[in-house]
Every structure is written in C-alpha cells, then in structure tokens.
Design a protein around this ligand. Sequence first.
Ligand code: HEM
Length: 164
Amino acid sequence: MIQDFCQWLYDTAFAEMIRASGYAFPWFESVHVLAITLVLGSIAVVDLRLLGVASLGRPVKQLIREVLPITWVAFAVAVCTGGALFASNAVEYSRNFPFQMKMLLMLLAGINMLVFHFVTYRSVAQWNEGPAIPLPARLAGGLSIAMWVAIVAFGRWIGFTIGF
Ligand code: HEM
C-alpha cells in the first residue's frame, strides 16, 4: 500500500514538474536546509536549558513560550519542503534506509516531546527558575538533542545513498 501511494505521488504533475525543472529541487532543498537549521537551533536552546547548561538566568516557561513558536513554524516549512523533495522520487526515498531511519527518529523525537509536555512539564512551577532541573526533564532535553542531531545525519546521508 505504501508503495502504491509513493508511485501515485511520483506520478503527480507536481512531482513531474520538480523532476523536469532544473531549479525546483535545489530551491526546495535549500529552503529545507534553512528550515532545519531553525528547527534544530531553536530546539537546542530549550534542550540546553533543560539540561541545565545554558540560559540559566531565564525561566523555563518564558523560554519555551518565546522559542517554540519559531520551532513550529520552521518545522512546518521543513515538512512542506521535505514532502516536495520526497514526492520527486517517492518510491526510491521510501526504500532508502537513511530516509526510513530519519522518519523513525522524527516519530521518536515527537513521542519524547509529547511525554515531556503532557507529563514532565506539569511540575514546571517547582523547577521554573534556576539550574535545578529534575531528571525526567534533563532526560527529555538530552534525548531530544541526540535524536535531532541523528535526524540531520541521516538526512544528509540520504543524498549519498539514493538511486534514481
Ligand atoms: C524538521 C525535520 C527535518 C529535518 C531536521 C531534516 C533534515 C534533512 C537534512 C539534513 C537533509 C540533507 C540536506 C542536504 O544536505 O542536502 C534532508 C534532506 C531531505 N529531507 Fe529532510 N528533514 C526534515 C524533515 C523532512 C520531512 C518531513 C521529509 C519528508 C516527508 C524530508 C525529506 C527529505 C528529503 C527527500 C531530502 C533530500 C535528500 C536528497 O536527495 O538529497 N525531510 N533533510
């Protein structure tokens, strides 16, 4: 079923346009990379606060309130441009191991974020200020950084392993 969907996506006029154009793929990939740098940069600011190693003078709630809107907008741009890149060679990307690992890690990073926001963050009033961050929050920050760095590494690896 996934293969049928990828074949359908590959056959769309939009995907055909990206393949035929000399500019569309590099433009989508350039915007994808710019969006990724904003996703990772903003996530790292929050994760390093949760790890208790940076921005210790700023309350956790304030930092999350100010930074996460940037993360979400950049993530939306990364998903849209990534989707366009994917459509241009959908069948091959869906079979590509680095691409599969990148998608799996993004799912796990999403689960880590949900557990943090709906479980760990409930007690934030007790650790909002200062360097004393409880273990579950530090764990969430550490896992998040490690997974996003791995997502970028697998993303970069795609280009070296993809067939056409
Ligand atoms: C915020 C999440 C994402 C991150 C951090 C990320 C990371 C990356 C990186 C680092 C590259 C290599 C860029 C380069 O150096 O040329 C890349 C390429 C790519 N990404 Fe993403 N990506 C994200 C989301 C997505 C999504 C949601 C999709 C698809 C649905 C996707 C599909 C692709 C494709 C198809 C390529 C092109 C590989 C190639 O042929 O060069 N990405 N991504």
